[in-house]
Ligand binder design. Sequence first.
Ligand code: TYD
Length: 205
Amino acid sequence: MLKRGYLIVFEGIDGTGKSTQCSLLSKFLSEKKIPNIVLAEPTKGIWGMKIRRVLSEGREGISPKEELSWFVNDRKEDISKNIMPALLDNKVVIMDRYYFSTAAYQGALGLNPEDIRTENENFAPIPDRVLIFLTSPDVCLERIESSRDQKSAFEKIEYLQNVETIFKSFVGPNISFINSIGSVSEVHKKVLTEVKDIFNFVLKK
Ligand code: TYD
């Protein structure tokens, strides 16, 4: 169906509704018979599990650089095992987080976001589209707290504000920002508008 694979990345702070929107895009493409796969980082691999332990137990004893290296190792594994095979199979790869998350979250720990982005772009396939979901960090925290029991170490408000500031600073021809305030279906329409030229969709009003 497609002449090549496409990489579409969803980014943003926790609680912006990205994961829901990844599933909706996948469902939409499947209905159009466009082969696609949703992948998420951190993964469920060895590095991803190590990361998840830090997410639930806290960062004590781990330096930002070490944490960065875990995300990079996790991504390298994801690229070779999942992302590249799917792209070579001409699928649309929908990513729930990718290296912009690393630049923003580990950048907010005091590392240089641009250096992190450059380091990742040396080994990671560059996305066709990066959709960065924005909403106020207070709204995100409210959504997170009402939907989960355990507050993760990554979900502190000040930290998230810094992460959001870094997300907003990214520029590039493949990057667009989506305001995720609004209903799920309204946001879904915004997502389709951003990717429609790839697939020549005719969108219903
Ligand atoms: P998240 O997408 O929220 O996973 P889940 O919905 O399964 O809990 O990601 C978990 C956390 O990992 C999130 O707070 C952001 C953080 N993260 C980083 O700090 N750096 C990264 O490179 C990535 C991919 C995620």
